[in-house]
Structures are given as structure tokens and as C-alpha cells.
Design a protein around this ligand. Structure first.
Ligand code: NAD
Length: 483
């Protein structure tokens, strides 16, 4: 169905439409630096049209539909999505350069997310509240309304799934604005929404520039909530832009997750996870363990293993199924990663692997960077404090639990952490003190639809996945009736 799909129109009110005040422009393949195809983007008028359609669909069929009917449409969509995994993975990889084996693995899980959210659509119930005989009090759970979802370029379909799944199950309608660098897979998603039989206007997809289409969506009085994934700096701008409307906000923001490896851990297991997550998505994911905190007795062993494994990463064309790591998703991210490598060098960290752009003839023109490892990193260095979003691991030695906790918590971020130890008491003690929305012990990056995910501190507001995600798309009304 998606093989001959055209990306040069917007999806508004159930129809494919040319942009009113946007246009069509070439989307760059980061593996070559060249345009791979034309993709539509919308402007202010297109956002206005999409919000009006979402509002009409919300007031019309969608919120009034019994939950089991919404669930049935969502299940149909989930089944359809499952038939399109390969096509969706190819489209997303072409746009953002993530190795297709990774895209496929991630996207292959999405149908189960959709099924899980579908299963919640007919279970939105309130509770009765004991008062006295003069009144009967109860709560009802109601959809928030029209939701503007703004997604990043690293995982466009995952971010859309995590937002639209609970929003639609709750009875909200949606305008999805994907990142300008990677709009294609979200338009393909719209094709599946259309085919699955969602009423017109329930889902609208309008790619566009953040400061134009994105800001207009945020400021729009017809939008009741903004669900955003992206950088903290953008979230601050969004808060200011949307302040006048006092709409609801949820934010999934950046991270600087630590892997804390104690000497008593299964070191091979810890290394598999830590090296794997250092270079997954070419380092472009919020929950990757970009800081490797290593207890001194095993420090040299871990540094040597990182050096050796960095050399074994197969960097290559992302659509090649044998490739482990593709390019950075766009040129600005390439520049940012290279500039942080430079900062690490200047700060005096010990560069033990990588450190350069790859310009071999077969990868020329693409935004490829070597898997890079800095050892001897001090916790206060910028490469240990700031989100790089590239394949750059910073290895930091520590002595004992107290210092591990202090370093782990010593950044403004609080999204995720990994803890490696064979001592169960230590696992509980240390995990309990980590300021992060998710702590993995002797495993890493294992999440599912049912596990809440989100950040402490500057890593975000609210949670995605789990029942908590559904809650964030619902209002509670209390009714008190005189008897
Ligand atoms: P970004 O903030 O630059 O852009 C994200 C989205 O915001 C894009 O769609 C963009 O067009 C839009 N945008 C930009 N300016 C805007 C404005 N003024 N008003 C409205 N919208 C605007 O982020 P990015 O570079 O695309 O993504 C990378 C960031 O996302 C990293 O910090 C990463 O850690 C974070 N992230 C977090 C999670 C999580 O679950 N916590 C998941 C993925 C990515």
C-alpha cells in the first residue's frame, strides 16, 4: 500500500490536500546528503484548517462514539500497521538515517502499542465518592479535546505512536506536526489512518517548520493540549508561546542517562548493554546511556572493551540490513556532534576511539561519524553534562555507591539510568536514590506499552505509555447531585 505512496500533500479532514501557504520541498537522505524526494509542508492556514477539522471531529463523531467502537477502529489500524512494518521502516530510515535493522525492530513493536491503547478505549470509568445522604457524588473521565502533537526527527513513528495511541483511545482528536527534517513517515501513517476508517478530521498530519507551523499550533486557541517530544530549549519556547491560552502541556525532553557499572556486576552483560546503547540510533536517542560510570576495579577492563568494540561497529548505508550504525540524521546534528568531540578533546578527556567524520569513498556526502569513546572524563566536563545526541560515550571512573549516586544525579537531566550489580541490596539502595523517570537494573532500554516513561527534572513533564499516558489526555469532572 505504501510502496507507491506520494508525500507531496497534507492530510487534513480525511483528504489529501495541497498546502495553502506552505509548499513542497526536497527531503534530504542523510546517508548521501542528497534529496530523496518531495515532501509537503504546511503553513499557518494549513494548521488553521487542520485544527478546525480536528475540532469538528471532536465535537462530532469521535467523542460521542462508544469506547468499544473507537477501540474497534484502533484495532483495525493496529492490524493494518502490522502489515506495513517493512515499508514504514524503509521510509523512516530514508528520512533519518537510522539503520534499517533498528527501525524495523522498533517499528515492529508498534502494533502492540496500538492494540494496548485500543484495549483501554472502553475502560474510561470514574468512581463514586462517599459523601452523606443528601448528595450523590461521582467522577467522569472526559477527553481533553483537540491535541497538537509535535514530534522530533530521531524517532518520528515511535513518538507519534506514544502520543496518538492514548490520545485517540481517550476520545481526543489530533493534529500531528512532525519534525521538518523527517516528515515522510508521519504522512505514510496518515495513509494508514485513512485506510483504517477513522472519521475525517480525527487525525490530521501537517508537516511544517517548528517556528512557523509548530508555533501556530501551540498558540492556537482551538487546541486544548500540546504533547511535545524534543529539546528542552524548544519546550521553554513552547511554554511561552502557549501561555496565553493556558492549554495543557506534556513534554518528553532530553537526557544524559548514566550506566552505573559496579565491580561486582556481570561485566560482559553490562558491556553488551552499555556499548550497544552508546551507538544505537547513532547516539540520537534520549534514553541512551551516554555516560558510563565505572567502579575503579573494573575501569581499565571497561575502557579496553569500549575501544575494541567501537572498532567493530559496522557503520554504513542505513538501508543495508547488515549496517549497525547509519549517519547522523541531519547536517546540524553532524556539526553538533563534531563540535562536542572537539570540546571533549579541549577539556582534556582521553579520546580512546573514533573522533572524526567518516569520509571514505563509499560514504562520501553522508553525515557519518565514527563511534567515539572518551575515557577519564570528569563529571563536570561539558561532554558529561550536556546532551550531545551523537555516538559519543563518556567513561567516568568512580569509587563506591555514594560517589556513583552523586555523579549519576549531577546533571540537570533525569530521564533514565542503568544500574549493573550482582548485589540485590545495592540494586535497591542505589535505584531508590536515582533521580530518573526510569531505572533499569541489570537490563537496559527494555520498555513496553504498559511501562510509564518520562523524565524527572529538565527531562520532561508527564509520562507516556502505561495508564499514566491515558490520564494525560483526560479531564476529570466531579458531579454532585442533591438527592
Ligand atoms: P527539537 O526541539 O528541535 O524539535 C522537536 C519538534 O519541535 C520538531 O517538530 C520541531 O519542528 C518543533 N519545533 C521547533 N521549534 C518550535 C517552536 N518554536 N514551536 C513549536 N514547535 C517547534 O528537537 P529535535 O532536535 O527534533 O529532537 C531531539 C530532542 O528530542 C533531544 O533533546 C532528545 O533527547 C529529545 N527526545 C526526547 C524523547 C523522550 O522520550 N524524552 C524522545 C525522543 C527525543
Amino acid at each position: 500500500m505504501l510502496d507507491s505512496f506520494r508525500f507531496d500533500r497534507l492530510f487534513i479532514d480525511g483528504e489529501w490536500t495541497v498546502p495553502l501557504d506552505g509548499g513542497v520541498r526536497g527531503s534530504i537522505d542523510p546517508a548521501t546528503g542528497k534529496v530523496w524526494g518531495d515532501v509537503a509542508y504546511g503553513g499557518i492556514k494549513d494548521i488553521d484548517r487542520a485544527v478546525a477539522a480536528a475540532r469538528a471531529a471532536f465535537e462530532g463523531p469521535w467523542r460521542r462514539m462508544p469506547g468499544w467502537e473507537r477501540a474497534a477502529i484502533l484495532r483495525r489500524f493496529a492490524d493494518l500497521y502490522a502489515t506495513q512494518i517493512d515499508a514504514l521502516a524503509r521510509i523512516e530510515t530514508q528520512d533519518n538515517g537510522r539503520a534499517v535493522r533498528e527501525s524495523r525492530g522498533d517499528i515492529g513493536l508498534h502494533p502492540q502499542y496500538w492494540h494496548w491503547f485500543a484495549s483501554l478505549a472502553d475502560k474510561l470509568s470514574g468512581r463514586t465518592i462517599p459523601m452523606d445522604d443528601s448528595v450523590h457524588a461521582f467522577t467522569s473521565r472526559l477527553p481533553v479535546g483537540v491535541v497538537g502533537t509535535i514530534t522530533p526527527w530521531n524517532v518520528p513513528l515511535m513518538a507519534a505512536t506514544w502520543k496518538l495511541g492514548p490520545a485517540l483511545a481517550a476520545g481526543c482528536t489530533v493534529v500531528l506536526k512532525p519534525a521538518e527534517q523527517t516528515p515522510a513517515s508521519s504522512l505514510a501513517l496518515a495513509r494508514l489512518f485513512q485506510e483504517a476508517g477513522f472519521p475525517p478530521g480525527v487525525v490530521n498530519v501537517v508537516p511544517g517548520d517548528g517556528p512557523a507551523a509548530g508555533a501556530h499550533l501551540v498558540a492556537h486557541p482551538g487546541v486544548d493540549k500540546i504533547a511535545f517530544t524534543g529539546e528542552g530549549a524548544t519546550a521553554k519556547t513552547i511554554l511561552k508561546t502557549g501561555a496565553d491560552t493556558l492549554k495543557r502541556f506534556s513534554f518528553e525532553l532530553g537526557g544524559k542517562a548514566p550506566h552505573i557499572i559496579f565491580a561486582d556486576a556481570d561485566i560482559e552483560q553490562a558491556l553488551n548493554a552499555a556499548t550497544g546503547s552508546a551507538w544505537a540510533l547513532c547516539g540520537q536517542s534520549c534514553a541512551l546511556g551516554s555516560r558510563i560510570l565505572v567502579e575503579r576495579p573494573v575501569y581499565d577492563r571497561v575502557v579496553a572493551a569500549f575501544r575494541e568494540r567501537a572498532a567493530r561497529v559496522r557503520v554504513g548505508m542505513p538501508l543495508d540490513p547488515a549496517t549497525h550504525m547509519g549517519p547522523q540524521a541531519h547536517h546540524q546534528q553532524l556539526d553538533k556532534t563534531l563540535s562536542y568531540i572537539d570540546i571533549g578533546r579541549r577539556e582534556g578527556a582521553d579520546l580512546v576511539a573514533g573522533g572524526s567524520r567518516i569520509d571514505s569513498p563509499d560514504l562520501a556526502g553522508g553525515y557519518f561519524v565514527e563511534p567515539t569513546v572518551f575515557a577519564g572524563v570528569r563529571p563536570d566536563m561539558r561532554i558529561a553534562q550536556e546532551e550531545i545526541f551523537g555516538p559519543v560515550a563518556a567513561i567516568i571512573p568512580f569509587d563506591g555507591e555514594e560517589e556513583a549516586v552523586s555523579i549519576a544525579n549531577g546533571t540537570p537531566y533525569g530521564l533514565a539510568a542503568g544500574l549493573w550489580t550482582s548485589d540485590t541490596g545495592r540494586a535497591h539502595r542505589v535505584a531508590n536514590r536515582i533521580e530518573a523517570g526510569i531505572v533499569w537494573v541489570n537490563t537496559y532500554r527494555y520498555i513496553r506499552w504498559s511501562t510509564p516513561y518520562g523524565g524527572f527534572k529538565t527531562s520532561g513533564w508527564g509520562r507516556e505509555n502505561g495508564i499514566e499516558a491515558l490520564d494525560s489526555y483526560l479531564e476529570t469532572r466531579t458531579t454532585i447531585i442533591s438527592t
